[in-house]
Design a protein around this ligand. Structure first.
Ligand SMILES: [Zn+2]
Length: 401
């Protein structure tokens, strides 16, 4: 067996839609390669005798090096197939994963993957049976998969709404899952969650799915929490980038997490409007903003300890109490005082003074550990926010606009 099982829950099915690379045939006697599904990326494909070479380009340049690739192999014979990837920009970053059913994914064993030319090129040997399979930089969670997951959540939990908050550049709807506090006449306190601004950042997406499922569960803690706090979760901020297999940007070539301030893109404008609604309501307060991403290792970008947040000291209390509950997930707190960088974190803290963080998960962090720890982070988030007295926090509408 050349693969190591990962264990991704089956609700993360990848919807296979036709989008990118409507190419000339790339096939030989052994197999056919294609990129005819949502999230696929092959920029060019070359047949070299029995093997293939794929070129991977970013959507535009310059760009943060998150070289995304995703392609399907349809075998014509059983046996081994050699496929190499050549990056025109950046170098190899994501360990290849394979799915034989479009739902479950396995890491391709490292002994079948060889980096060449300092990571500019990667050669992999793929074991072929009789059925097509997908090889991808990270697992696929398509727009369709988010849609069915969100609809399933709403069907299960009557207190949840699925609200359209805007459209992407290519006209894909952007949705939020939302719960409203059950005591609507009192102070309305909100937690807002964002994800998938950067398409390849699947490890962060897994954390967000587990986190959101925990805060929208029927546990006593989550029920108490939702009685007091509203929760708004936008799991797929960049649906075009995900559909097109982009490395980082939306289809206008913009890094969405550098647009919180200028707000030049419809995706970030939709998010801003959501925050405007909180700011414009004299009874509403933002208590926490989390934005889920991926990077080399697990970490949280936070405010500095000197920057006063409201609620005060939430970040330290939260991260410490979560850390006490597990030994399988290492992470660090990275304090960042960079108010000029127009990220969701800096915007949210600058406008509301609420703790605002980038929840970063390592690219290759064990998937089960991501989900387990995200459940703990969600539980501790709820427990600690509930520990602050609503009256002490009060209503602070100064410097909102
Ligand atoms: Zn990111």
């Amino acid at each position: 067996m050349r693969t190591l099982l990962f264990g991704i829950a089956s609700f993360l099915t990848s919807g296979l839609l036709s989008v990118s690379w409507a190419n000339e045939t790339c096939e030989n006697d052994l197999a056919k390669l294609d990129a005819d599904f949502e999230g696929a990326r092959i920029s060019a494909c070359f047949v070299e005798g029995d093997s293939f070479e794929i070129r991977i380009d970013p959507e535009d340049q310059p760009i943060n090096p998150s070289p995304w690739y995703s392609f399907r192999v349809t075998p014509k014979q059983t046996g081994d197939l050699k496929v190499s990837i050549r990056y025109s920009y950046g170098k190899h970053r994501y360990r290849p994963k394979r799915s034989d059913d479009g739902r479950t994914w396995a890491l391709i064993d490292a002994i079948y993957v060889r980096e060449r030319q300092k990571g500019k090129r990667v050669v992999m040997t793929l074991e072929m049976g009789t059925e097509p399979f997908i090889v991808s930089a990270q697992e696929l969670i398509s727009g369709q998969a988010y849609e069915s997951w969100e609809k399933g959540m709403v069907a299960k939990h009557p207190y949840l709404e699925r609200v359209k908050i805007g459209n992407s550049v290519e006209g894909r709807p952007i949705y939020a899952l939302k719960s409203t506090p059950s005591e609507p006449d009192s102070n309305r306190e909100y937690v807002v969650l964002f994800g998938r601004q950067h398409p390849p950042e699947l490890s962060g997406a897994f954390a967000m799915l587990a986190f959101v499922s925990t805060v929208f569960a029927d546990t006593e803690l989550a029920t108490d929490f939702r009685n007091r706090f509203g929760i708004i979760a936008v799991s797929l901020m960049n649906p075009d980038g995900v559909a097109n297999g982009n490395w980082r940007h939306n289809v206008n070539g913009k890094d969405l997490n550098r647009d919180w301030g200028p707000f030049t893109q419809p995706e970030t404008q939709a998010a801003k409007k959501l925050l405007d609604d909180i700011a414009d309501d004299p009874n509403s307060q933002l208590r926490l903003m989390l934005d889920f991403h991926s990077t080399k290792k697990n970490l949280f970008y936070t405010q500095t300890k000197k920057e006063k947040t409201k609620p005060e000291k939430f970040t330290a209390r939260w991260l410490e109490s979560a850390d006490e509950r597990f030994d399988y997930y290492d992470f660090s707190r990275e304090e960042r005082h960079q108010r000029s960088l127009p990220t969701s974190k800096n915007y949210s803290f600058g406008r509301f003074g609420a703790p605002s963080m980038t929840y970063e998960v390592g690219d290759e962090t064990n998937r089960a550990a991501i989900s387990r720890s995200a459940v703990v982070f969600a539980e501790e988030m709820m427990r600690i926010l509930l520990s602050y007295d609503e009256d002490d926090l009060g209503k602070d509408k100064a410097s909102r606009n």
